[in-house]
Design a protein around this ligand. Sequence first.
Ligand SMILES: [Zn+2]
Length: 383
Amino acid sequence: MARVDEARSVRGQVLSLLRDRGPLARIEIARLSGLSATTITRAVNLLADEGVVEEGASISLAKLGRPATELSIHADSYFVVGVQIGVGFVQLGLIDVLGGSRGTAHFSYDLAVPASDVVCQAAESIQSLIADAGVDRRLVLGVGVAVPGPVDAAGRRILFPINLDWRDVAVSDLMEPILGVPVTVEHNVRSMALAETRFGSAQGAGSVAFVYLRTGLGAGLVVEGQPFSGGVHGAIELGHLQVIDNGADCVCGSTGCLETVVSEPALRARAAELGLDGTDNPITAIWEAAGTRADARDSIAAVITPLAKGLSAIVNLLNPEVILLGGALADVPEPFFERVTEETRSAVFPLIRSSVHIDPSSLGMDAGVIGAGAVALDRYFYA
Ligand SMILES: [Zn+2]
């Protein structure tokens, strides 16, 4: 058993290095992993026989004095399916082992429909997605499901999403008998943070914070390369940080939470008060009006200042290498990011101000699906 585990761990190390640093020669993999050349050669040969790694160009390694063959991961060797369950919508994607999308599907659902029906419908959609893509089912290793709320420690159930009337839904138990492959469940924003470090602009970064704005405002962290699960339920409630004294009532029962001013419903209401159409992206609508209207400029300040306050809390506590903003924040005008960065910097501890980097998500609206896929790949391929 120990030998099997050891071989599995070497395999995972080789694949992770090739994903983050590849293509690499065998000798470079040995150096970076600290494992012996013999161990690496044995692992690489097995992976090559399986069709998971492929040999590429012959390169000359100066230190070696002779040519070595570069290895890379064969993207089509296996697949996973990523599913993002949102409030009233489900997005699905067939994902290759390098995070590439090989087909997508989506459906919306009525919030009154029982959770188990939505989960089973997602499983049926996965079947069609795989069939439509013409991928051999035996190459599908598993499914990752990103959900809008806390999950159990085993990663099989969604516990109690605050913006969805679901309670303790056994997602994996419902889907596995239909699909015949393992299903793992993860908090949506945490999986987005993971996707950015595995396949996005933060690839290889040790620490990343992802902030996602839709119905609510959520945050997810990757710490030392791994998704960070804090507290009893593992979710970071950035949206419920109290940022406004005597503020409006929040769904959580408190008042003045960040989410009461920075969430799609709050921003749409603000756009409507200004007589603007905020259906598409309320922040962009308000930002554009701010060019000529003082009341819209006040509204922008009333959004950016509390948001920067929330982000500065993340920076002061964790000082991540980068903060990525996703969901409705992913495609707002560039100067909005400059303002948010500036205000966040001024609110953090002076010594770490220059280390604050805030960028839009590089995966955009696909972050949830690729994130769910990244969780499944971490568990079933790169483990
Ligand atoms: Zn709240």
